[in-house]
Design a protein around this ligand. Sequence first.
Ligand code: NZQ
Ligand code: ZN
Length: 414
Amino acid sequence: MAYSFEFYSPTKVMFGKDAESKIGKEAKACGASSVMVVYGGGSAARSGLLEKVKNALGAEGIAFCELGGVVPNPQLDKVYEGIRIGRERRVDFLLAVGGGSAIDTAKAVAYGLAEPEHDVWELFAHTRTAKRCLPVGCVPTIAAAGSETSKGCVITNERTGEKRAYDDNLARPKFAVMNPEYTKTLPDYQTESGCVDIMMHTMERYFTNGGNMELTDALAEGLLRTVMKNAVRLHHNPGDYDARAEIMWAGSLAHNDLTGCGNDGGDFMSHKLEHELGGMFDVTHGAGLAAIWPSWARYVCRDCLPRFVRYARNVMGVTAEGTEEEIALAGIRAMEEFYRGIGMPVSLEELGVRPTDEQIEEMAERCLAASGARTGSARKLDKADMVRIYANARGSGQDRREGAPAANTAGSTQ
Ligand code: NZQ
Ligand code: ZN
């Protein structure tokens, strides 16, 4: 049965070669008069994109200041720095040039400037909700997080190691200027991590026990197959523009909520588990997801078998006959083979992370606290479940189903 839904995706997308030539006019059309240009550690400067963006703003007579040096798993102190500079310069528009980290930093600064009487971290600590946010535009240079069309914003408090998300339609970008050419300078690992993240945004919404629509499923499965095919193309030929274009567009559609229409909002436990890894070990987000997903999938699949079987058949192309559980597990194994094939880890060991038992306890504790309660849709997870999923994710090579209790219906809402 399809659940009722609202779909709100207000971002104007300008996609293709030379799309960046439209930045100045778009910013002006949004009423920008004093822009903060937010970027990362240097890739946008090296490619020449940053210079083009600044020239485009200058050509429209728009004043701008800069906030550079955003790091992956972007940090709260950089957000505070941006808010300080933004106040001095009376910034009224944020323009991010870079990946999810630059875009999320811009969104967080936009929240902070719009409500100067509050500490912006309160949003991420979920002790209040935002009433206002300055407008944000973006020029993504990596296909991955989907922040260019999403309501999400993820910031790490580097003092406490908490990596927390705040979701609000207020922060959906006004526009996204997307030229796949600019993703060609990405290191392979980042390209591949991005492909995983895009797939995971779709899969988080796909593996649910609540609500389905035929059209949504078909969009999700088509998106997943397209990303897999083009991830392999890029693995062999990173300069393939068409493959980059397919993946870049998939990245936006995977996280603008399109593939969640009609379901219960999705599971998102792999993301929540990964965010704790990011907060504690500073791992690349997509690679962290690849390392955690097989363990999560084996742990929950018996509680969400119809979806796992459908996934095995329609996405992973599993044709072998067997019980539903056997088909589901064959689909999970095929997914692992795919991840490995594009150079992604499928365990914490392969990710290069070796958490102690105490660290696993701490991550599970924090994950539960960040989730607010026992949560998930494929299966609701409590702290003990999270501990087992992290522990099972340590090594790879076996079916790693140890510790998964018998199927429950706690996550089932239909
Ligand atoms: O800092 P620079 O020099 O730009 O280098 C970056 C960075 O090292 C590099 N890079 C980006 N574009 C490049 C490039 N290098 C060469 N050529 C280019 N064209 O790639 C590295 C990673 O950048 P980052 O912005 O961190 O990547 P990504 O887009 O994967 O963003 C990851 C962040 O987004 C969050 C993640 O948790 C993580 O913090 N997410 C945000 C979401 C959202 N806002 O909706 C949802 C996601 O699930 C995710 O949680
Ligand atoms: Zn993600």
